[in-house]
Write a protein that binds this ligand. Structure first.
Ligand SMILES: O=c1ccn([C@@H]2O[C@H](COP(=O)(O)OP(=O)(O)O[C@H]3O[C@H](CO)[C@@H](O)[C@H](O)[C@H]3O)[C@@H](O)[C@H]2O)c(=O)[nH]1
Ligand SMILES: C[C@H]1CC[C@@H]2C(C(=O)O)=CO[C@@H](O)[C@@H]21
Length: 480
């Protein structure tokens, strides 16, 4: 065995294998590596292959001393789509197949693993850590506000608020402490609308959330000043909380002065970025463009695409739209686009399959973001002071969009609506009529985000505390 006294702690990081969680967890891994820790970032083969195909991730990560990018099987056939409608199949497969592989990987690791950081929705990782006898920290990459709703699912059921009685989605929800004044049925994760308490997603979220207190600590990609009230509730269950977000901005800030390849493209994309959109943005007036993207998992119908397209065109606003290759249900019908849409898009729009989103949101031409309210997109937008129109698709996005519109006042919540007149009106409100109000609030939030991750900020402090806590773990021979 190596002389452990001479080597820094070795952290095995195991993200949930979807674009969103991989994005933020990889940025955490890079931040920990910059502090001198040795990292093994363990992906699934499916994600690893996609990253290698579409990014320069290997050349970027090899600049970090002691950083290894590895992968193991998720147990699914290579051609399984791992799409949003089939995500339970991935969870079931990982529990059955990946769990023993993970244990074997750690036990045979050339360097003893000091501790594990794993996504807290993968409760089996704690079983593995306990069987081997090494500490584990959980991370969750969704918002704290949705995490708290997940903690309260048993209370909602006990209070008879789940399953819903009747079909009024505007019925207030009263069993989530701290959200009594504004949470409605329609703001809960969409799996709450199934009417079936045995819904696999309800079971997954309700069960796995109970796992979180088992870990040594819980790492969240958020900020105290953004979700403070909710975080105080979560701390009752998970007292050792590390709020270190926004991690993408912390990493950018820490890399800012460095000249390594990592300070160039930091894409962790599962699709190839089309950078021509940056050139197009360079020729647009300041804050004149609305950026449209629904993340990596949302799938819309062609009718919905048409409603968004007509609405944005009728608003007269310039737009940059990401239409991911697999994002139209039934595939992109391609032809017979109405001529008025084609002409208007030619004149003031730009469409790509995948964009360098962090760079787009930081671009001077961007004045608003029509988003699905994924947590990474929400943090990236508020960090850049870009107001949002929220059109949530599933899971935590419905809670996030309620907070953006009703609590943080960072934009408009277009939840459960997809008609061109509403799209047109909301785009005009955000980009013209109420532009000044939204820009002022969003700008203020962006300043607070930048302050929280600067020296003296709480996110900066919590990241430093996490690093120190890991360094204090004595390496016990995990095997052999
Ligand atoms: O053209 C694009 C579009 C998106 N992104 C990036 O892809 C990520 C997307 O993440 P997110 O906005 O969180 O959306 P999802 O991919 O949908 O993320 C899933 O995971 C998140 C937590 O990690 C949840 O909050 C979401 O609801 C869930 O759908 C972000 O970092 C974006 O910057 C790009 O780089 N280019
Ligand atoms: C497909 C989604 C199931 C849950 C995962 C998640 C989470 O943080 O638990 C958020 O969205 C997706 O990344 C996953």
């Amino acid at each position: 065995m190596d002389d452990q006294g001479a080597l820094p702690p070795h952290v095995l990081i195991f993200p949930l294998p979807f674009q969103g969680p991989v994005n933020s967890t990889l940025k955490l891994a890079e931040l920990l590596s910059l502090s001198g820790l040795h990292i093994t970032f363990l992906l699934t083969d499916f994600i690893h292959t996609r990253l290698l195909r579409h990014t320069n991730i290997n050349s970027r990560l090899e600049t970090y001393p002691g950083f290894r990018l590895e992968s193991i099987s998720d147990g699914l056939p290579e051609d399984h789509p791992r799409s949003s409608d089939l995500f339970m199949e991935l969870f079931d497969s990982m529990k059955a197949v990946t769990k023993p592989l993970l244990k074997e990987y750690i036990l045979t690791s050339r360097r003893p693993v000091t501790c594990i950081i794993a996504d807290g929705i993968l409760g089996f990782t704690c079983d593995v850590a306990n069987e081997i006898g090494i500490p584990i920290f959980y991370c969750r990459t969704m918002s704290a506000c949705c995490l708290w709703v997940s903690f309260c699912l048993p209370k909602l059921i006990e209070a008879g608020e789940l399953p819903f009685k009747g079909d009024d989605l505007d019925t207030p929800i009263t069993s989530v402490p701290g959200m009594e004044g504004f949470l409605r049925r329609r703001d809960l994760p969409t799996f709450c609308r199934s009417g079936d308490l045995n819904d696999p997603s309800i079971q997954l979220f309700k069960t796995e959330i109970q796992e979180l207190p088992r870990a040594h600590g819980l790492i969240l990609n958020t900020m105290e000043h953004l979700e403070g009230p909710v975080l105080s509730h979560i701390r009752v269950h998970c007292p050792n909380l590390y709020t270190i977000g926004p991690v993408h901005a912390q990493l950018k800030s820490k890399l800012g002065g460095m000249t390594t390849p990592s300070s160039t493209s930091s894409s962790n994309g599962l699709w190839k970025e089309d950078r021509s959109c940056i050139t197009w943005l360079d020729s647009q007036p300041s804050k004149s463009v609305i950026y449209i993207s629904f993340g990596s998992l949302a799938v819309i119908t062609n009718d919905q695409r048409m409603e968004f397209w007509h609405g944005v065109v009728n608003s007269g606003t310039r737009f940059l739209w990401v239409i991911r290759p697999d994002s139209i249900a039934g595939g992109d019908p391609g032809s017979n686009i109405p001529v008025e849409l084609s002409l208007a898009t030619e004149e003031r729009g730009y469409i790509v399959g995948w964009a360098p989103q962090e760079e787009v949101l930081a671009h001077a031409a961007i004045g608003g973001f029509l988003t699905h309210s994924g947590w990474n997109s929400t943090l990236e937008s508020l960090t850049e002071g870009v107001p949002m129109i929220c059109w949530p698709y599933f899971l935590d996005q419905h809670v996030n969009s309620r907070f953006v519109g009703e609590v943080w006042k960072l934009g408009l919540d277009m939840k459960d609506q997809c008609v061109r007149d509403v799209v047109e009106k909301m785009v005009k409100d955000l980009m013209e009529v109420r532009k000044g109000d939204f820009i002022r609030v969003a700008d203020e939030m962006g300043k607070l985000a930048k302050k929280s991750m600067g020296k003296g900020g709480l996110s900066y402090y919590n990241l430093d505390r996490l690093i120190k806590d890991i360094a204090l773990i004595n390496v016990r021979p995990s095997h052999g």
